[in-house]
Write a protein that binds this ligand. Structure first.
Ligand SMILES: Nc1ncnc2c1ncn2[C@@H]1O[C@H](COP(=O)(O)OP(=O)(O)O)[C@@H](O)[C@H]1O
Ligand SMILES: [Mg+2]
Length: 219
């Protein structure tokens, strides 16, 4: 379902160039779950941002369900994200002016679905957010914001989930709940999951582990 062909990414600042990786190729099939590990600064977040169409490749192609996202315009990209993608950002990126509940149900409502269904209610309970639904992000702890970001990513039932250190700010028990929810979504809906983590315990929930090292992806 995802085919990445010879992608390179170079950031060009005023006075220096950073080449994060060159000529990366891999594919991910429906239902495949991969932990992406690698040192800080190795390009894990950059790779997830490219796959979600939040950043642009310097060269190469990213094909998701037969559509090349590197050639999509902004409105095609937003449709792709709305209908297919659940993104959990390292910095959460939940919307400050919306309550936790409105953040979680935002994409469902955009897609014309009822804000809440049984599955979304269950997400809220398992993630321990029931008592926080009318709070704004600034009133939530880092771990709570991270769980809102996870609920938001899962609520619209995406076919691809890109999760950037989704357990990074959680205690062990809460991290286990998050991982169980992600794996359940994969099993029920054949979701493809690429998840960045530094935790071996978290990586153990996934089928395989890939490592990004000095611009090379070891699968
Ligand atoms: N917007 C940017 N401009 C310039 N360099 C960047 C930018 N974003 C990331 N980088 C650089 O790209 C490299 C990879 O960063 P990142 O993908 O965040 O790594 P990781 O998530 O593995 O810690 C780092 O050297 C970082 O400094
Ligand atoms: Mg990162």
């Amino acid at each position: 379902m995802i085919k990445v062909q010879n992608i390179s990414k170079t950031y060009q600042d005023v006075d220096r160039q950073v080449t994060v990786f060159k000529d990366l190729s891999f594919s991910l099939s429906a239902g495949q779950t991969v932990a992406l590990m690698g040192q800080s600064g190795s390009g894990k977040s950059t790779l997830l941002h490219l796959l979600g169409g939040f950043d642009t490749v310097s060269s190469g192609d990213i094909i998701v369900n037969n559509a090349n996202i590197t050639t999509m315009n902004d409105s095609q990209l937003s449709l792709f994200r709305r209908h297919r993608l659940g993104m959990i950002f390292q910095q959460y990126n939940i919307i400050p002016s919306l309550t936790a509940l409105d953040n979680i149900t935002f994409v469902r409502r955009l897609n014309g679905l009822p804000a809440l269904d049984e599955d979304t209610e269950q997400l809220i309970d398992v993630l321990g957010l029931r008592d926080r639904l009318d709070h704004y992000p600034a009133q939530l702890s880092g771990g709570e914001q991270q769980r809102v970001a996870t609920a938001r990513a899962l609520a619209a039932k995406p076919s691809l989930i890109l999760a950037d250190e989704p357990t990074g700010n959680l205690d062990e028990e809460t991290a286990a709940h998050v991982m169980e929810l992600l794996i359940k979504a994969v099993e029920l809906n054949g979701v493809t999951l690429l998840l960045v983590t530094h935790s071996q315990t978290t990586a153990n929930y996934l089928q395989s582990t890939w490592r990004l090292k000095k611009g090379v992806l070891h699968c």
